[in-house]
Design a protein around this ligand. Structure first.
Ligand SMILES: Nc1ncnc2c1ncn2[C@@H]1O[C@H](COP(=O)(O)OP(=O)(O)OP(=O)(O)O)[C@@H](O)[C@H]1O
Ligand SMILES: [Mg+2]
Length: 424
């Protein structure tokens, strides 16, 4: 039900302040504060400018990607089987993002309908060495990677003679190297093509035209991308970019510009004892190649065993083995890697979390619910989740002066609770 959001408060007007007297204006003029230095430019985000972002599960064949996708999504959509290339076509699922704030809001409002935030996740086919030059169905599979915004990279570190490894043996660093090389080679090919095409079109433009100048600037940025990939041998997301460069990089939809979360698939035994001979080497590889990227050890085998249990049985089992499921942690890591945050709308009909990108302004955040809320945006009545929790009720938050009326320039904060007011 949207009535809470459509509530139009006619008494509210952004201009309904006390009128200024002439003297107060003169006074204000005399006491003009010294000019502040301009605020630093806000850093633009790499990636698609959208609130509907997706994360893809990537890795070499037969390492547990589909099995992981199935336990994460609580479905059997993923084609999991003990042979390479069991997965051909991508499968998509929406994963609820666990959130204690959402749970508390549902308990407080007791709404008829509850909709948590979701992370859209896609199971993708395995990539092998040579994928970038079309080996197997490499090009098709890489196009599935191009369609997502972030990557969960499943890395096999479990020993099991029964589970075939396409490279013959288990070696996670080699596998990470293979994926990185294939994604980079595809980016290099893509950027080379773009540069060639641009050079042809810039030649046909008048040398002093404005369009030509803009094209040349764009070309210089794309040549910098090429240098990052080839001379510096870095993933695009690991280079320093200014906002203008980010705008151009985002048009290229490069594979190595997407954030990566490394998920290291261990045997259940290794996960429980928190020990595996490959883990220090994997960590060192990430530090050397992609410093700052997140590494999460987990065990598909354990997750598969915990998945069918009731919450009580699961808690009991986790206590008995001294280890907990990693799925919530992984979901959060993926959501955060895409720079996603959420705000809530709350009422007796519905408590709902709405996913937006970090840096989204109030009108665009309202527009996620309905385009009319953005187009006819008046303001938002906003309180922080923490304030509601502290004061206990909306009325108490209001009485404490912590219910704010925010206009178009307001940048949403994770955990805001909003009531939008839009014009008729
Ligand atoms: N931690 C683990 N320990 C033991 N076996 C595992 C573990 N994780 C996955 N497996 C097994 O690995 C095999 C391959 O799993 P799965 O089909 O999920 O891999 P995949 O990466 O999706 O493969 P493909 O690239 O072919 O799509 C399955 O038999 C699965 O049970
Ligand atoms: Mg699969």
């Amino acid at each position: 039900m949207l009535y809470r959001f459509l509530r139009i408060n006619l008494s509210f007007s952004p201009l309904s302040h006390k009128p200024f007297s002439t003297s107060s204006i003169l006074l204000a003029k005399k006491k003009m504060p010294p000019k502040k230095a301009a605020a630093p430019e806000k850093k633009a985000l790499l990636g698609r400018p959208s609130n509907n972002l997706k994360i893809g599960i990537v890795g070499v064949p037969n390492v547990g990607k589909s099995s992981f996708f199935n336990v994460l999504s609580d479905t059997d959509l993923g084609k999991a089987a003990n042979f390479p290339y069991a997965t051909i076509n991508p499968e998509e699922a929406r994963i609820p993002v666990p959130d204690v704030r959402f749970d508390w809001l549902c308990e407080t409002y007791k709404p008829a309908s509850r909709v948590p935030a979701h992370l859209t996740c896609i199971d993708i086919a395995g990539l092998t060495a040579g994928a970038s030059t079309g080996a197997g169905l490499g090009n098709a599979f890489l196009s599935h990677v191009r369609a997502v915004d972030g990557i969960f990279q499943v890395v096999r570190a479990f020993d099991d003679a029964e589970v075939i490894h396409v490279e013959g043996d288990v070696d996670p660093c080699r596998d990470m190297e293979i994926i990185q090389t294939e994604l980079r080679l595809k980016d290099i090919e893509w950027v080379e093509k773009t540069i060639d095409n641009m050079k042809k079109t810039t030649r046909s433009l008048g040398s002093n035209s404005l369009a030509d100048k803009a094209k040349k600037e764009e070309l210089a940025i794309i040549e910098k991308v090429y240098k990052v990939l080839t001379v510096d041998q870095k993933d695009v997301r690991k280079a320093e970019w200014n906002n203008k460069e980010i705008d151009v990089v985002n048009t290229l939809q490069l594979l190595t510009a997407k954030p990566v979360t490394y998920l290291v698939n261990l045997s259940e035994r290794d996960f429980i004892r928190k020990k595996n001979k490959w883990l220090p080497k994997i960590k060192a590889w990430i530090d050397a190649n992609n410093p700052g990227d997140i590494l999460i050890p987990f065990s598909v085998a354990l997750e598969q065993r915990l998945a069918p249990l009731s919450p009580e049985e699961k808690a009991e089992e986790e206590k008995a083995i001294g280890a907990t499921s990693s799925l919530a942690k992984i979901t959060h890591a993926g959501y955060n890697s895409l720079d996603l945050i959420r705000y809530f709308t709350c009422g007796p009909d519905e408590v709902r979390a709405w996913t937006i990108r970090r840096g989204t302004k109030a009108p665009q955040a309202a527009g996620v619910i309905h385009t009319d809320f953005e187009n006819k945006f008046v303001c938002g009545e906003i309180m922080a989740y923490e304030d509601l929790k502290e004061h206990g009720s909306e009325a108490a938050v209001k009485a404490a002066g912590k219910l704010r009326q925010q206009g178009k320039p307001y940048e949403m904060v994770d955990g805001d609770i909003a009531y939008w007011k839009s014009g008729a």
